[in-house]
Write a protein that binds this ligand. Structure first.
Ligand code: F6R
Length: 604
């Protein structure tokens, strides 16, 4: 959701803080701010709008200082105004705080502090933190004690970074929202996410829930809330800053669409043994599924569509499998026991809804696994096992390459399950594995030959866009529609092909193109459903192999290479990603940062 950056070192902090904020803008972008500590106290500059607006307004005269914090916001409490932007300070501006998460008891705390004479200037929950710290400082305790006492009063989730006037120290703490420390030769960073400081260092320490970090220019220490030392190990992240930049592309989203061949090669590498044609998944050794009675995949948004994709394949293996919306899980969680495997599918590993479902499942006795892109993410820590999708950093708010990588990992899982259940590889492993190896190359082919831009332009003035598919084409239809609405702001819906005639057909007009996805499973039925819409006037765009019968009746044809039915949906999805991208581009939408959305949603 929001992004935090902090730096303490021997050089001025401002440039790295602003770079960090630019790198983090994908986490939230409705206001931004920095606070710098220098000889004359703490100076704060913040404003609603983008980081570029903040950068243009920075007063360099007051920006000198070797310790600072910054924040880019996605509003939860209070609209995106200058006053609600972080950092927040106490009434004396001696304490500055940036915060991600939700302080659930902020109204009570605010009232108690107001009764003591504290005056508040924002509508945020965060503002109670600097006031609380100030309150404890006023009782005569030292800075670190005041920070810890304030943390002790907070209920809810937080990642905070705090500066107190008069000392070159950053205080940070994590409870439910991610924080990571970066270590450079002459500086330390604190951030909500590694890309914030990736051009400066790849040497990191992930904080755990309950950790407090005290960071000085010459060293840092980690303790728990009570002050007992905790041991946290250094890790080297293998994302390079080039990967996290936009390169020659206009948008991160386009770059990430084009990175799918590489992302998938990385996902598969070492997991399919070409000599023996066996699948080796580090957290799913042979036999994993032997005692498993059912699988529940919990996820949100695009990751939910990947989960749905995976559940179809797991069901085919003979294991009862359900994809469930993580945000509904707490109200209607199906029963679990020790023979239930709950798989959290989450790119970021920080989605609050998904974490909630994972924790519920774990508390109820299920076995838990996370499929994620982020090493050390909260979901990876909460679950017993992790399977990394290795897609590299995804910055565009609209998920693209991570969907493909998640779905591919789930196809491998489906194959593992079949082998475990039947004692032998699935009958079609012989065709599946070569198709899987060809997938990155086939995506290259789609990327190199697509007419998605023409199709997007052809239907640019439509009133709504519908996407239909059957089997693994169904989650792709849902995903095609989600991507389209997310970045174009146009009305788009995805349906199971067979559902069209049960209601949605009433919406179909000559101004509502229907994109029909053909994956090679019951295509004749999907074609009938597509024709039902077409005969009622809807323009028909088919996503199908070159010589597919559907192409003969379609108004437009987006070609995909022939492949295994379990993988065809992923090729179709690339075409649909490109249609959305080009439609949004011609509407001049802010593709990488669609309105009202954020990359990582850490609130329920
Ligand atoms: C849509 C999108 C979101 C995320 C969802 C879950 O393009 O990116 O729908 O898929 O917020 O996020 P993760 O996968 O991080 O749990």
């Amino acid at each position: 959701m929001c992004g935090i950056i902090g730096r303490v070192g021997t050089e001025n902090a401002i440039d790295s803080l602003l770079t960090g904020l630019e790198n983090l803008e994908y986490r939230g972008y409705d206001s931004a701010g920095v606070a710098i500590q220098n000889g004359s106290g703490i100076k704060v500059q913040k404003r609603s709008g983008k980081v570029a607006d903040l950068k243009a307004a920075i007063d360099r005269d007051i920006a000198d200082g070797q310790v600072g914090i910054g924040h880019t916001r996605w509003s939860t409490h209070g609209p995106p105004t200058d006053a609600n932007a972080h950092p927040h300070t106490d009434s004396t501006s001696d304490v500055a705080v940036v915060h991600n998460g939700i302080i659930e008891n902020y109204l009570e705390l605010k009232q108690e502090l107001a009764n003591l004479g504290h005056e508040f200037t924002s509508e945020t929950d965060t503002e109670v933190i600097p006031h609380l710290i100030q309150h404890y400082l006023d009782t005569g305790v030292d800075n670190e004690t005041a920070f810890r006492k304030a943390l002790g009063d907070l209920e809810g989730s937080y990642a905070v970074a705090v500066m107190i006037s008069g000392e070159h120290v950053l205080y940070a703490a994590r409870q439910g929202s991610p924080l990571v420390v970066g270590i450079e030769s002459d500086a330390y960073f604190i951030a909500s996410d590694v890309p914030a400081f990736l051009e400066y260092t790849d040497n990191v320490v992930y904080l755990e829930d309950g950790d407090v970090a005290v960071i000085r220019p010459d060293g840092l220490e980690f303790t728990d809330l009570a002050g007992n030392a905790v041991d946290r190990s250094f890790e080297t992240v293998d994302w390079d800053p080039e990967q996290a930049g936009k390169g020659e592309y206009d948008h991160y989203m386009l770059k990430e669409i084009y990175e799918q061949p590489t992302a998938l090669s990385q996902a598969i590498e070492g997991r399919v043994d070409p000599r023996t044609d066996t699948i080796e998944l580090e957290s799913f050794p042979p036999g994993t599924f032997e005692g498993i009675d059912s699988v529940q995949l919990v996820a949100c948004g695009t990751s939910y569509h990947a989960a749905l994709y995976g559940s179809l394949l797991l069901n085919r293996s003979g294991i009862e499998s359900h994809a469930l919306l993580a945000n509904e899980y707490s109200v209607c969680a199906p029963p679990v026991d020790e023979n239930t495997l709950v798989i959290a599918v989450t790119q970021s590993g920080e989605t609050a809804d998904t974490l909630g479902a994972l924790r519920t499942a774990k508390a109820n006795g299920a076995q838990t696994v996370t499929i994620t892109n982020v090493v050390g993410s909260t979901a990876a820590r909460v679950s017993e096992k992790t399977l990394l999708i290795r897609a590299g950093p995804e910055i565009g708010v609209a998920a693209t390459k991570t969907f493909s990588s998640q779905a591919v990992m789930l196809t491998l899982l489906g194959q593992r399950a079949i082998a475990d259940r039947t004692g032998e590889p699935s009958l079609d492993l012989e065709t599946f594995l070569p198709a899987l190896r060809s997938l990155p190359g086939q995506i290259e082919t789609v990327l190199g030959s697509t007419h998605a831009k023409t199709v997007a332009q052809q239907y640019h003035d439509s009133t709504a866009y519908f996407f239909i598919g059957r089997g693994s084409g169904f989650p792709v239809a849902l995903e095609g529609a989600l991507k389209f609405k997310e970045i174009t702001y146009e009305h788009a819906e995805g349906f199971a092909s067979g559902e069209l005639k049960h209601g949605p057909l009433a919406l179909v007009t000559p101004e509502t193109p229907v994109f029909a996805i053909f994956t090679g499973v019951e295509d004749e039925k999907t074609l009938k459903n597509a024709e039902e819409a077409h005969t009622r006037g809807a323009p028909l765009v088919v996503v199908a192999p070159a010589d597919h019968p559907a192409a003969a009746v379609a108004d437009a044809h987006l070609e995909i290479p022939d492949t295994h039915p379990e993988l065809a949906g992923l090729l179709a999805n690339v075409q649909l990603q490109l249609v959305s991208y080009h439609a949004a581009h011609s509407l001049e939408r802010p593709i990488d940062k669609p309105r009202n959305l954020a990359k990582s949603v850490t609130v329920e």
